[in-house]
Design a protein around this ligand. Structure first.
Ligand code: 5GP
Ligand code: MN
Length: 336
């Protein structure tokens, strides 16, 4: 691993830079990437954000969004940019498998690779690392990278601040999760002072549902929720037919799992959805329960202790049955 001080030196003249983030980017993935982008372009770098896939509409308003390249829609251009890059920033992910077919291209590129992330156990593909699992968001780490490492607080302009605030707000579940420290609030305060309109950002993210999305939420709550009181666990399972009926788009399922976790007695909530090619799981937990362990051990996934995800190649019914069959192993922890 190289010393971050030499990265500072590398960045002291204009470079060809690619910024990328994980599959199906969320608010932190796009907020941290566009925050970094808006910082780098002020320094004259030739920077491009390449997202491995599309992302929800409620994220498409951030400054710089119009310049984002979606890999699945622009494979040739993406491959050229990745091969020609001098530096690749890998934000909010810890393993090349999280960027799908882009993984081998990034792995083989001669560029210096920089991980800025808060997930456990990063894979060893990077040359530089600004990594802290205690950070509430990758956007928090982009902030400490710019302000602490690179000593450029004056370059936190309105655009940078808007994107980083969005990442911190979404990944901390609106400043609610236990990793929302006083330091996170101090950073948020600086971002607001630098021009982030916190109230407007909240509205753009959380009050921009389509009618379908709200009706789909109603359907999930009324018809798809199963409570297992003996395990303090809730499961919401959603079929392909439901997805088609409510015309569910990328991002429309985001956050629905939190409604299941909002029941006082529920310590673990699973949202299990049948997609076209696989079944996807989103787990959320309270307190010390390690949702990521279940995802890693049984569902080819991972994540954070209280927010994790994975997948299954089996049917929806078989996946739900598998999830239930795992609960006895965790019964003691779930009943704590
Ligand atoms: P979500 O439930 O919102 O899809 O994901 C929650 C968190 O779990 C993400 O921030 C990410 O860290 C992690 N995660 C989700 N899906 C996967 C996956 O398939 N593999 C891995 N390693 N992590 C995932
Ligand atoms: Mn994140």
């Amino acid at each position: 691993m190289l010393d971050l001080a030499s990265l500072s030196e590398l960045l002291s003249q204009p470079r060809k830079i690619v910024i990328t983030t994980h599959h199906k980017p969320d608010g932190d993935a796009m907020g941290s990437s566009l925050g970094m982008y808006n910082y780098l372009i002020q320094q004259g770098h030739h920077a491009k954000v390449i997202a491995p896939t599309d992302y929800p509409e409620f994220l498409n308003w951030m400054p710089g969004n119009g310049e984002v390249i979606i890999f699945t829609e622009n494979r040739d251009l993406s491959a050229t940019l990745i091969a020609d890059a001098e530096i690749i920033f890998c934000l909010d992910f810890n393993a090349l498998s999280r960027i799908n077919d882009m993984g081998p291209l990034v792995g083989e590129s001669k560029a210096y690779k920089v991980i800025i992330d808060h997930h456990l156990e990063p894979e060893d593909f990077d040359d530089y690392r600004h990594w802290d699992i205690n950070a509430c968001a990758a956007a928090q780490l982009v902030y400490t990278f710019i302000v602490g490492q690179l000593q450029h607080p004056e370059l936190i302009n309105k655009d940078v601040a808007t994107c980083l605030y969005t990442g911190i707000m979404t990944d901390s579940a609106s400043f609610r999760l236990p990793n929302t420290t006083s330091e996170v609030h101090r950073i948020a305060a600086h971002l607001i002072d630098a021009g982030a309109n916190n109230s407007r950002i909240h509205e753009l993210i959380y009050s921009s549902s389509s009618e379908n999305r709200l009706r789909f939420l109603g359907h999930c709550l009324a018809n798809c929720l199963e409570i297992l009181p003996e395990y303090n666990t809730a499961i919401m399972s959603v079929s392909k037919a439901d997805i088609a009926k409510f015309d569910v788009n990328t991002g429309d399922t985001e956050g629905i799992v939190n409604y299941a976790l909002s029941i006082a007695s529920v310590h673990l909530a699973a949202f299990i959805v049948e997609r076209s090619d696989k079944v996807k799981l989103s787990l959320r937990s309270k307190n010390e329960f390690p949702a990521n362990e279940i995802c890693k051990k049984y569902f080819q996934g991972g994540g954070h202790r209280n927010a994790a995800g994975g997948q299954s190649d089996e049917s929806l019914e078989a996946t739900v049955a598998k999830f239930k069959s795992i609960l006895p192993e965790y019964k003691t922890l779930l009943l704590q």
